[in-house]
Design a protein around this ligand. Structure first.
Ligand SMILES: [Zn+2]
Length: 397
């Protein structure tokens, strides 16, 4: 017992001591009647650009609506409001950064023209020392080398010079950002372009797809269906086999109300650990059950946990499946807090987003977060479609 306690304690200590320095939480701002984007930005001490950057789903900056959700980014702790008599030179000196960097970051063309009340972003800067490499700097800052290169527009990461000021990108408090997902997914998508999808390419049409995993469940799924009906939003449900047999009515309702039914395997295993025969069994067992209830055989599948190997993808392609991952992870199963779910979700929304949610939890904030997500997106011109419609593929075989 004692040994175990010690291990737990040291683990807690390690995770505490190594937290990134920039660990303030993002926060949710719910627009009040009469508020404007610039007013909200000012109120939180950030620039309008930085507010828009974190809320790229805003299509019409001049038309924000009361009740709409905005996510105030972490970086607001690094802003400075210009006071009467300030000069760019003095501010740069105070924060120990170069005037060029400060002007660059804030897109200031005329360095003599800053005005009282203006919000300036104050970047964190690392000054390159003798013997530094980008790799070593990134490691010491606990961040990704490519993030650092991109932030500083470095075309050749080997060409650093001593005294060079590198801007340290602000790390989001969200664990997995859109950039991480894209970096991870792109190579596999390139190998299986006709089979593996994690987002749609809707050609300028503002469309997103809500997806619900691990149901159906009598209580959770019917609550979600009630909401979707109320807002007239179609969605895609990735069903798990063990829940299917005893929830035939729910599956019929899902289809009757205009949603798409898809496969999430029979027993929710890590597909990478299965033989081809086991994989086929996982798929066909569920298909047979869905067909018995609905007369349909699904053509979309989502691998449990998102884990899928190249050999899985080959087999699934042979079987006629489109493999669907996601570009936005709400983490609604983990974060029992509406604001956290919104913070996980809204900043990653883009045209064609596939949004991952769940409909098996007995106590969940999914149904509280959904109305705010739907309304906020709709007010900015988004429509909701099923995954098959988003991708322009067939839902059934
Ligand atoms: Zn799942």
């Amino acid at each position: 017992m004692r040994v175990r306690k010690l291990i737990v304690l040291s683990a807690a200590f390690i995770s505490f001591c190594c937290m990134p320095v920039l660990s303030y939480a993002d926060q949710v701002h719910r627009v009040l009647p009469g508020e404007t984007l610039s007013g909200i930005a000012r109120q939180h001490g950030i620039t309008t650009d930085s507010l828009l950057g974190n809320n790229q789903y805003i299509s019409y900056p001049d038309m924000i609506y009361a009740g709409q959700v905005l996510i105030i980014p972490t970086e607001n702790k690094q802003a400075y409001q210009v006071k009467p008599g300030d000069t760019l030179y003095r501010i740069a000196q105070d924060f120990e950064i170069s005037m060029a960097t400060l002007a660059d970051v804030n897109q200031i063309v005329d360095r003599d023209r800053i005005y009282s009340g203006q919000i300036l972003s104050i970047p964190k800067v690392y000054t390159v020392k003798t013997g530094d490499t980008l790799y070593r700097i990134a490691r010491s800052l606990g961040m990704n080398m490519s993030d650092l290169a991109v932030e500083n527009g470095l075309k050749n990461p080997d060409k650093l010079f001593v005294g060079q000021a590198l801007i340290i990108p602000v790390q989001s408090s969200r664990e997995e950002t859109l950039a991480d997902i894209e970096r991870e997914m792109s190579p596999t998508v390139a190998r299986f372009p006709d089979t593996l999808f994690y987002k749609g390419y809707p050609d300028g049409r503002r469309a997103v797809a809500l997806t619900f995993d691990d149901g159906p469940d009598k209580k959770a799924t019917s609550e979600v269906l009630d909401l979707l009906k109320m807002y007239r939003v179609p969605a895609t449900f990735f069903l798990v086999g063990s829940n299917v047999a005893r929830n035939g009515d729910m599956i019929k309702r899902i289809i009757a109300e205009g949603h798409t039914v898809a496969s999430h395997t029979w027993s929710h295993p890590d597909l990478r650990t299965l033989t081809d025969a086991q994989l086929i069994n996982e798929m066909t067992q569920l298909e047979n059950e869905i067909q018995r209830i609905t007369g349909l055989r699904t053509a979309l599948m989502r691998p449990p946990y998102g884990f899928v190997s190249d050999s899985n993808l080959q087999k699934l392609r042979e079987m006629g499946y489109k493999v669907i991952k996601w570009s936005v992870d709400t983490n609604d199963w983990r974060d029992q807090d509406v604001d956290k779910v919104l913070i996980n979700t809204m900043p990653d929304i883009r045209d064609g987003a596939i949004i991952l949610m769940h409909d098996y939890l007995q106590k969940s904030v999914t149904k509280e977060a959904l109305p705010e997500m739907i309304q906020s997106l709709r007010w900015q011109g988004y429509t909701f479609v099923t995954v098959d419609e988003l991708l322009g593929v067939n839902a059934y075989q």
